[in-house]
Design a protein around this ligand. Structure first.
Ligand SMILES: [Zn+2]
Length: 414
């Protein structure tokens, strides 16, 4: 190739880079949302497909689906070093229960962040996806925490249930799964679900369980499972604890992951109520103290209230938190994000992010004994505006708020 030709090609390539640079500022880890995505219109599929190559869905305010999670995981891996993804197991309807791993895989300290174990609480998935990006961006700007910790995210622990809540039976793959859910609906026919299409749609939109109608967060093998009264007694959209402890493949996958990885601590995301569950009456004093320490950090950061231990319902608990505290001795907290009723509107994500941004880095730094590095960019307006007492936290009995209290009553049935 002649020198002039090389120069022309080089100039052409440079101008392409500059044009691309103008459209997409090359800021490390910062992905701007396009106008096409902000519009929220599904009409322009071409524009959506085009923007999907460069923009994270979790940065937007559209309904966050299993498919969008898959697309975002690919994009994360293409934009950042040191991101691995796999599946910790298969659901009843054949979906993957995805895991994202960042940080040092050989680190002694490991943290698990788990979201959307309850289907209708799927707003927690884009929240923890933003946490993945946050940790990677902080690493890119020089923070060293990820050298000494391995953080694992299970952003959608109950993807079949999320599909049911978002798309009703059309969201499921297999005829067997659709039949199973249809049988659950028919078994609750006295709620008027079959003759009234609105009630039928409402029931599925409020779906909390897996395809088998089991509440995964009542299905963990604690010493309390047998005595737990789930107030349903049979397959349902919520609460049913299952035919036996750990009967469900999703529960089994989470148990296997925890047993293999031996996490130092776990963060559970649910919706809604802006409260934090932290205590477990059967946990050792040492674990309770660690739960409390995590909870106080989270309360100060988010402005959420701590649930009064007298009202946490942990006596016969068979939730993931109960199992971690009671059976595994692993400190953990459960944050209930958002307000209203689940599924909370997508536009709450910005407020939820404002409250939770910085929390994971702070918890990680506390775990690593590096408290000095934390809250470097603390801008939580929620924390500034809360009704904190001297200790900086406040307690509530979660009457009417928190998803444990968000029980279904058929519309018009009272
Ligand atoms: Zn929940």
């Amino acid at each position: 190739m002649k020198r002039e030709q090389r120069m022309r090609l080089w100039a052409a390539a440079l101008s392409v880079c500059m044009a691309a640079g103008m459209a997409q500022p090359a800021m490390a880890g910062v992905v701007k949302k396009s106008a096409a995505q902000t519009s929220g219109s599904a009409a322009n599929n071409t524009a959506e497909a085009a923007t999907a190559q460069t923009d994270f869905y979790f940065a937007g305010q559209e309904m966050y689906t299993y498919q969008r999670l898959e697309a975002d995981m690919q994009l994360l891996k293409s934009k950042y070093e040191g991101v691995t993804t796999d599946s910790i197991g298969k659901t009843v309807d054949g979906r993957n229960i995805y895991r994202i791993v960042i940080g040092n895989p050989n680190a002694e300290k490991k943290v698990l962040v788990l979201a959307a174990i309850h289907a209708r609480e799927y707003i927690t998935t884009p929240l923890v996806m933003r946490q993945v990006r946050e940790m990677l961006d902080r690493k890119a700007s020089g923070e060293t925490a990820l050298n000494d910790v391995c953080i694992q995210f299970v952003p959608m622990a109950n993807p079949d249930g999320v599909q049911i809540s978002q798309r009703a039976l059309d969201g499921l793959n297999n005829a067997n799964s659709k039949q199973t859910v249809q049988r659950v609906i028919e078994s609750w026919a006295d709620w008027g679900l079959l003759e009234n299409k609105d009630k039928y749609n409402w029931y599925l939109n409020k779906w909390k369980n897996n395809v088998n109608g089991v509440d995964l967060n009542h299905n963990f093998p604690t010493k309390g499972w047998a005595q737990l009264n789930d107030n349903r007694g049979k397959a349902s959209s919520e609460f049913y604890k299952g035919p036996s402890a750990a009967s469900e493949p999703e529960t089994q996958a989470i148990i296997k992951l925890v047993n293999e990885q031996k996490f130092s601590e776990v963060i559970n995301y649910h919706a809604q109520g802006q409260i934090i569950y932290w205590s477990q009456m059967h946990a050792s004093k040492e674990v309770q103290a660690k739960d409390k320490a995590m909870a106080v950090i989270a309360a100060r950061r988010t402005g959420y209230a701590l649930v009064d231990p007298a009202a946490d319902g942990s006596r016969y608990g068979a939730g993931f938190k109960d199992w971690l505290d009671w059976e595994k001795g692993i400190p953990n907290i459960t944050l209930e994000v958002g307000l209203g009723v689940s599924p909370v509107p997508e536009n709450q994500i910005e407020k939820i992010w404002q409250q939770n941004q910085g929390l994971l880095p702070e918890l990680v730094n506390a775990l690593l004994g590096r408290s000095g590095e934390s809250i470097s960019n603390g801008t939580s307006t929620a924390a500034a505006g809360n009704t904190a007492q001297d200790s900086g936290v406040h307690y509530v009995s979660p009457k009417g708020s928190g998803d444990a209290n968000e029980s279904l009553t058929p519309p018009g049935a009272e």
